[in-house]
Design a protein around this ligand. Sequence first.
Ligand SMILES: [Zn+2]
Length: 266
Amino acid sequence: MKRKYYYFLTAAIIIGGCFLAKSQWDKQNTESTERIRFETTKEEDKTVRFIKDNIARTTDFWLYVLSDSFPKYREPNLIIYKGEVECRKSAKGETHTGIFYSAADSTIYFDMAYLEFLHKQSGIRQDFITTYLVAHCVSHHVQNILGISSYIKELGMKMDEERKSLLEERFELQADCMAEMFMNRDNLYGDIDESIKLDNMRTLRHTSRKWEEIKPEKCIFEDSHTITQPEMVLFWMKKADENPTLQNTNTFHSVNIDIKSVFCRN
Ligand SMILES: [Zn+2]
């Protein structure tokens, strides 16, 4: 069956308009905005353009995948900063660091200092790191507008810590699986060997732990993407490559959560 048909069929079957009216997305300002919070160098200007281009490509992709079930899809807001940022997640006086998505304001917070650190310390291509992290953060945006994020959060509140962390891990794996759907569709980094991908995932996690040591002490480091085992990430990325459908991003089996209840909770 052609991939195009897969996308259409799966989006139609899974979502079918069963829950979207109540999603958090509807409560928010749907105007997409972007802001840069520091004075950029010429080199950084190129990276900013690359980030924006990638977000635009994810928008094309998700508009297509969700076209029948969620035609109102809008790309996330974007704030590019360097070092530390105040965001909707922060209590008064708190600052954050890292590359992360905030469901509270549908915004990707992209830390240029963290990106440069990851690239220089790991030796991994900056374009790969950027594309992967943008695709991952946009996937959290998709989870948010589909109501998955709030559902998982609600479930987590009723669970003990052990089960809750399993759930969070599955949530991150789903974002990686969705990210791979996008990257594979555009054949981005298809030339990278599987063993190198695995090495990249291991190295990125190792390097992000180093950031924890050198980041400004007062900053909260947003590193939930790194709680997953690299082998599991690769496993779910391969699943996305073999069968790139939303249904196939159900990483919640092992914690006994039915995908239908996740997608159709309302
Ligand atoms: Zn994540």
